[in-house]
Design a protein around this ligand. Structure first.
Ligand code: PMP
Length: 328
């Protein structure tokens, strides 16, 4: 056993598990084993540690960041341990569970009340607000997960190395890695390092249908975390072999299936990557890896609520539904 000096020591080194019933050739890297229950803990730690090293922040700094929730939770964890105050700017699309987690961890939460259709991505509005705040209060520090190179570098140095170590230790060779894309930090960091290691491994980016990172028509989507209507600086296409789109319906049905068949409770973007991997794994004639960004506890009132799905017009396949049986 290892002694961690604080909770931040437990970030990373997430398990890779075999998927058994949904498909024979898929493996999943479970990022909800991070203490903030998402892959974003990795970039939060790396960005703030580097900012501290470079003298950009000290114990009097106030960290402010736009987030769909997970980066906010990761940053808040790091801020509590390191003693910085922090503000997280979210919007009304942020699932209530993430808001509660941010509150529980002591973030100051600013929620944009911009009206929208309920599934329009509001990332650009949040960034605009953060930049305006910085103009007014110079002492604020913006980690800027969309542009800060220490976000992809967290995945270049650490997440990728874990995948490489797994392949070396087990002799399992992945033909492809499926990665959810939002800011691009995860895919840019992993794809660069993995292509240096073995250029024959395919890197597949997955975004929600309606997001425009890989082109296509702009539209609404309900998957929270992945996707954007603008190209963040941290999204580097050079080492990405293919970008694909997944509908909310397919992503959310796969979330239910993952829970019911494999006992893996994962978030909407995880359902998205797993759906695409299951659809495409035959094409690669070998084993593929899915990086699952976060856990399902943050979506119990949305992805895992039959009522919420029905209200949003998402059809849940009968086999993916479990009814509560009422007894007297
Ligand atoms: N899925 C979830 C649940 C996320 O929170 C994020 C990050 N916002 C992503 C996918 C996309 O990851 P990245 O920003 O590294 O592209």
């Amino acid at each position: 056993m290892i002694l961690y000096n604080d909770i931040l020591g437990s970030i990373g080194n997430t398990p890779i598990v075999k998927i058994n019933k949904i498909s024979k050739n898929i493996f999943a890297k479970l990022e909800f084993f991070n203490p903030g229950r998402s892959i974003k803990d990795r970039i939060a730690l790396n960005i703030l540690e580097q900012a501290d090293k470079n003298g950009e922040i000290d114990e009097n700094s106030v960290i402010i960041e736009s987030s769909s929730g997970n980066t906010g939770i990761g940053l808040t964890l790091v801020c509590r341990v390191k003693g910085y105050r922090n503000i997280i700017v979210i919007d009304q699309n942020c699932p209530s569970e993430k808001v509660k987690l941010l509150k529980a961890l002591g973030a100051t939460i600013l929620m944009l009340t911009t009206r929208n259709s309920g599934c329009e991505d509001l990332t650009e509005k949040r960034i605009e607000f953060v930049n305006k705040a910085k103009e007014m209060i110079k002492s604020l520090y913006i980690p800027n997960q969309y542009e800060n190179s220490n976000a992809p570098l967290a995945h270049y140095y650490y997440t990728s190395q874990e995948i490489i170590d797994f392949m070396e230790d087990t002799n399992i060779r992945f033909k492809a890695i499926f990665i959810s894309v939002g800011t691009g930090g995860t895919i840019s960091g992993i794809s660069k390092r993995i292509k240096e290691y073995d250029p024959s491994i395919n890197i597949i980016g997955v975004e929600p249908l309606g997001s425009t990172l890989f082109g296509g028509e702009k539209g609404g989507y309900l998957q929270q975390g992945p996707g954007n209507y603008f190209k963040p600086k941290n999204l580097i296409y050079d080492n990405i072999d293919l970008g694909v789109k997944v509908s909310d319906q397919d992503a959310f049905n796969m979330c239910r299936k993952l829970a019911l068949k494999e006992g893996i409770l994962a978030g909407g973007s995880s359902g998205g990557v797993m759906h695409m991997a299951a659809e495409m794994s035959n094409k690669f004639e070998g084993k593929v890896l899915c990086v699952l960004p976060d856990g399902g506890e943050k979506y119990l009132d949305s992805v895992y609520s039959d009522q919420w799905l029905a209200d949003k017009g998402i059809e849940l396949k009968k086999q993916n539904k479990i009814d509560v049986k009422k007894i007297n």
